[in-house]
Design a protein around this ligand. Structure first.
Ligand SMILES: Nc1ncnc2c1ncn2[C@@H]1O[C@H](COP(=O)(O)OP(=O)(O)OP(=O)(O)O)[C@@H](O)[C@H]1O
Ligand SMILES: [Mg+2]
Length: 274
């Protein structure tokens, strides 16, 4: 697969940006000393597409996600991202300031542990408003009203806007994290076990909300999960990892209903037996 360079784009005026990959992950490997985190992972992600990365604990899911989202420098490989202006950038090797800007604007990251994604001792409204201020919004009234809108979209009632997330339940914190991430209108959201550690009923509500938001906003997303039900509900496509390698990939329904690799078959049957 050739990597599209900005110059090529100018030669293909009839190709809509929507038809070109948003993200091209090429041969990403990450070693922690001699220990393999992930090795030689490649895939494309298209606008509006949701990809699940599944696999047992230690299979390299978070390592891969952290490399793709520039939170960690891979040992080798590259990640090309198509910016809003159509140009393509190798995000792993961008300047730190440019990475941070991308993270604040066009990208979101929903952490499993909400304390990693929220400021626990400032109000819910400020958690959402802060992202808006980071992209240049200055008018207090409009920041507050946008924050209120977003809290409503994630089903947090307006009268909690001045409360701090440390006083919220686990499910509410995750919903607040989602609002904080989506308020700047990102095109790509990374999620690492977004429903991990929550009660089953809380998980179901959060998944339902996420699925609706992602589809209504046409977001592209990469969701790391060890829960195949989460992959089934949220993703169009999935990759299965084991020991840092991709064992199988394909459309989610195909992989789950007709797994080809013996490891995927085992993973699915062992989950179904639980
Ligand atoms: N900071 C680190 N230093 C050394 N080894 C690490 C580090 N982080 C991860 N690893 C190793 O890399 C491999 C992949 O770990 P990773 O955390 O990416 O897996 P995972 O699939 O996200 O697991 P989990 O489902 O438990 O979160 C494991 O062998 C792990 O021990
Ligand atoms: Mg992990």
């Amino acid at each position: 697969m050739t990597i599209v360079q900005p110059n090529d784009l100018q030669n293909t005026p009839s190709t809509a940006l929507q038809d070109l990959p948003l993200l091209e992950v090429r041969s990403i490997s990450k070693f922690y000393g001699a220990r393999r985190g992930c090795e030689n992972v490649s895939f494309d992600l298209y606008p509006g597409e949701v990809l699940a990365i599944v696999g047992e604990s230690g299979s390299g899911k978070s390592t891969l996600l952290n490399c793709i989202s520039t939170r960690m420098l891979p040992t080798s490989g590259l990640v090309n991202y198509r910016m809003r202006d159509g140009s393509v950038q190798d995000v792993c090797h961008m300047q730190e300031a440019d990475k941070r800007f991308l993270m604040r604007t066009d990208w979101g990251f929903v952490h499993q542990n909400s304390a990693d994604g929220l400021r626990m001792t400032v109000s819910a409204g400020a958690n959402v408003g802060e992202r808006l201020m980071a992209v240049g919004h200055r008018h207090y009234g409009s920041i507050r009203s946008t924050a209120t809108d977003w809290l409503e979209q994630v089903e947090i009632s307006e009268d909690r806007i001045d409360d701090q997330p440390r006083d919220f339940s686990g499910g509410m914190r995750q919903r607040l994290q989602i609002a904080r991430n989506l308020v700047t209108g990102p095109r790509l959201v990374f999620m690492d076990e977004p429903t991990g550690g929550l009660d089953v009923s809380v998980q179901a509500r959060l998944l339902d909300l996420l699925r609706n938001l992602v589809s209504n906003l046409g977001l592209a997303a990469i969701v790391v999960t060890h829960d195949l039900a989460v992959a089934r509900l949220l993703s169009h496509r999935m990759i299965v990892m084991k020991d840092g390698h991709v064992i199988e990939e394909g459309l989610t329904d195909r992989v789950l209903d007709d797994p080809q690799a013996p490891y995927t078959q085992l993973l699915i049957s062992s989950i179904l037996q639980v």
